[in-house]
Design a protein around this ligand. Sequence first.
Ligand code: COA
Length: 392
Amino acid sequence: MKIGIDKLSFFTSDLYLPMADLANARNEDPNKYLIGIGQSKQAVIRNSQDTVTLAANAAMKIVDDEERAKIDLVLFGTESGVDNSKSAAIYLQSLLKINSAASGVELKQACFGLTAGIQLAMGYIALHPDRRVLLVGSDIARYGINTLGEKTQGGGAVAMIMSANPRILEIGTQSTHLTRDIMDFWRPLNRDEALVDGQYSSEEFIQFFKETFNLYLESQDETINDFDALIFHLPYTKMGLKALRAVLENVDNLSVKERLLDKFEDSRRLNREVGNLYTGSLYLSLISLLTAGTLKDGANIGLFSYGSGAEGEFFTGKVVAGYEKMINKNSVKFLENRQAVSVSEYERIYRSFLKPQTDDAKTDFKNDPAPFVFKGQENQKRIYDQNNENRN
Ligand code: COA
């Protein structure tokens, strides 16, 4: 049975910060951010968005009434969730009015959460071929103003529906996996900003990729020539390029090198414009590649997922003929209509995020054009709203 991604969508803020402006404000050469880090813009997430609303705004693009009835599992990958107990999947299920017979859970392993969901969904659909699974990867990447990680912030959500006989990407049943207990990036319970040993994390990322990729090639008796594209989790887009270069070093065939480097450029196009999505990053890269319009039907894509702490997985997907009908340039056109903000406005918005607190509080939701917003909290319960209903 063929199982994979049938629908795919993406959402992020209507605001962004030009990376050259951030570099100038931090007395750095803009080329360090634009080339050295590989980022042109960074999404500036409003305080009226959280991982639940970002996910709802992404998923509403692919969930219609037919889906509402057929989805019976909601898998929510995040590492910046809103509650230590209640799953974000239940909020999402409620906001999207998905039938109440569906079950939902939140999955956490740093940026790996959505990939873990994909593997669970594969098994679920194999047992229930007529059912559909909604998956999201939704996060806000916050490292702090004037920190080393500031230039690798961002946020947004990728949503997908997985099913039998998928119309976008058929996922391979074989994958290779590696887990090691390391401290490269983490976020203790008392913090809303990540702690990271960035150089160490980059080295481990490359090592995890090389090990899982080589293991995959050996176990499947394949070579790098068998791939039309290799795509990566992209905390910043230079990270993927470094990992790709690490395996291209040993490749003599120039046309293979050229093809994989060209496709990598296609696959980092949107990530470069948005920044880090954590759980959604690899899948935004997939959307970048698919919407570039350069893939042939049946193209074989290798995907590397990495979640600090750390877990890595290499798996594959075959592009389904006619995928352009399901996802194309129009799906991401909204990115062109975003508004740039100044560094001081970004800093104001960043500082305005609600901290964990007991008092009632409101966000600046009235200014937020997104369909779903987080209005604030009452009696320590989060209040969500859709489509400008009661926005006062
Ligand atoms: N023009 C072009 N490139 C330049 C440059 C210039 N003027 N100045 C510096 N660079 C390059 C550097 O050579 C380096 O490239 P390399 O990585 O290929 O060697 C790159 O820019 C970054 O410079 P560096 O000095 O390493 O940056 P930094 O110390 O400010 O930190 C990160 C960069 C990515 C390590 C840091 O932002 C970070 O930790 N981010 C978080 C990453 C993360 O979340 N990891 C965990 C999840 S996987």
